[in-house]
Design a protein around this ligand. Sequence first.
Ligand SMILES: Cc1cc2nc3c(=O)[nH]c(=O)nc-3n(C[C@H](O)[C@H](O)[C@H](O)COP(=O)(O)OP(=O)(O)OC[C@H]3O[C@@H](n4cnc5c(N)ncnc54)[C@H](O)[C@@H]3O)c2cc1C
Length: 232
Amino acid sequence: MFDYMIVGAGFAGSVLAERLATQLDKKVLLVEKRGHIGGNAYDHYDDSGILVHRYGPHIFHTNSADIFAYLSRFTEWRPYEHRVLASVDGQLVPMPINLDTVNKLYGTNMTALELPKFFAEAAERTSVGAGTVATAGEAFERIDEAVGGLVERVRGIAAAGRAVAEETDAVRTAMDEAARLTETSSANTQEVSATTEQTAEAARAMAGSAVRLGEAATALEDLVAQFTVSAT
Ligand SMILES: Cc1cc2nc3c(=O)[nH]c(=O)nc-3n(C[C@H](O)[C@H](O)[C@H](O)COP(=O)(O)OP(=O)(O)OC[C@H]3O[C@@H](n4cnc5c(N)ncnc54)[C@H](O)[C@@H]3O)c2cc1C
């Protein structure tokens, strides 16, 4: 019988299982669907005997002494250092940008103390948009123009949005009116149907009256005939 079941033997599941088992004396069932532990950080030796990360390269970083101490119970460490270089115009330069990057890119040999002055001068020659500008003042003018154009476009979009909203309102009103007319028309149809029924009823009554009138006329004719006979 287990106290806990943990799904997934990656960093999270493995650490939690270890903590529960060793610190709280709990019995833990750790379930993993892959054929190995370690989750996405899993590494193994390939056919050439090289240690590879199956799911992509992983580097361990921490500035926590506690984490380092905890992991040291399960692993040995090896000295390691990595450098990331970016390829810019055929040159490999350090990333993130540091003094070496600037010196390599600009062909300079500055010290860290000279860097702020270099950046301040570079700001004066800032490039904005397609052209190069001479001063920061000119750069701000260009930015102003660009922002002005953008504001105009946003206003245009907003106006178009309002027009669409108005048209939508008009369509909605027309649809409401159509719905109302449909209801009225349906009521009228029922009324016409009732009237037709009444008319048919009246026609039937009239037909009955006509029959009775015909009979009365025949009887009258007979009477007139009798009267004619007795008068002669
Ligand atoms: C390409 C890449 C590079 C990375 N580089 C770094 C790096 O340099 N440094 C760094 O600190 N971090 C790096 N990470 C992040 C690191 O991999 C994750 O932070 C870490 O693996 C997360 O651990 P986890 O236990 O939360 O999840 P995972 O490692 O994803 O483990 C989850 C485990 O649960 C299992 N599982 C999931 N569903 C089920 C289920 N239904 N039943 C059974 N088992 C299940 C999975 O098979 C997996 O083994 C990188 C990640 C990737 C993908």
